[in-house]
Design a protein around this ligand. Structure first.
Ligand SMILES: O=P(O)(O)OC[C@H]1O[C@H](OP(=O)(O)OP(=O)(O)O)[C@H](O)[C@@H]1O
Ligand SMILES: O=C(O)c1cc(=O)[nH]c(=O)[nH]1
Length: 241
């Protein structure tokens, strides 16, 4: 596989990382996460709104899905489900990208997403796009931290009668699954590892926290790197990659 000169990452990852940096999607500072963890960095997929950047992130999703299907022919899907809100443009644009890659194979893949609040007039309901009943579904979302958003999406899919066959996120923060006392310093399995085990499905990601650290070596400020390493240590999962 082609790798970049400055790091050992494959070229498609460094291209996507460069686009993350140019979109300003990877920020350092102090951020409160959905899980209430306090993070020294944040990945904001909402900033991939310009055509060139949207195309970059959805190409990376589409190529990762195609690679998975090529390595495991039993990995087949009918619908990409994008959890509200940030998953919505990601899933719908990835469907378009898949059709660009292979119209014959992927031309009938649909997108679908949930409303955060049910619509009570017109067509009504929670789901926009393809109905999920009996369909093979892949969830497309931006980030996985504690897995709450993904678990909510799984609940919706199960309730609608869909068959979950996979999950793909742009960024795996590689954090341990939450517990009642989240900061108790104990080592626990990763969120992604837990979901893989529980559902027996592939959970794919384009980038991981380790990729970002590898890429930033010699680029980020000393303070950013130190805080990043400390945070990684604090929420590090016990399972091996
Ligand atoms: O793994 P978790 O701990 O659940 O955190 C990650 C999720 O949190 C954010 O979604 P949020 O619900 O804030 O919604 P948004 O897409 O509307 O920003 C983010 O978009 C991820 O989906
Ligand atoms: O865990 C989160 O809430 C979260 C982390 C992150 O890096 N980006 C994001 O949109 N949400």
């Amino acid at each position: 596989m082609m790798t970049d000169h400055q790091s050992s990452l494959p070229r498609y990852k460094t291209t996507f990382l460069e686009d993350c940096v140019s979109a300003g999607a990877l920020k350092f500072g102090t951020f409160t996460l959905k899980s209430k963890r306090i993070s020294p960095y944040f990945f904001n997929a909402g900033l991939f709104h310009r055509a060139r950047l949207l195309r970059s992130i959805t190409s990376a999703y589409a190529h990762t899905l195609v690679a998975q299907a090529e390595s495991d022919p039993s990995f087949q899907f009918d619908v990409l489900f994008g959890p509200a809100y940030k998953g919505i443009p990601l899933a719908s644009s990835t469907v378009d990208k898949l059709a660009d890659i292979d119209l014959v194979k992927y031309g009938d893949v649909s997108y679908s997403f949930n409303r955060k609040e049910a619509k009570t007039h017109g067509e009504g309901g929670h789901i926009v796009g393809a109905p999920l009943d009996g369909q093979r579904i892949v969830i497309v979302d931006d980030v996985m931290t504690a897995g709450t958003a993904i678990r909510e999406a799984i609940e919706i899919i199960e309730k609608e009668g869909g068959i979950l066959v996979g999950i793909i996120v742009a960024f795996d923060r590689m954090e341990k699954a939450p517990s009642v006392t989240d900061d108790d310093g104990t080592s626990r399995p990763s969120t992604i590892g837990e979901i893989r085990k529980q559902y027996g499905i592939p959970v794919l990601s384009i980038l991981t926290l380790n990729d970002v650290i590898e890429y930033l070596k010699g680029m980020g400020t000393e303070d950013d790197m130190k805080r990043l390493m400390e945070y990684r240590e604090k929420y590090k999962a016990s399972d091996k990659e």
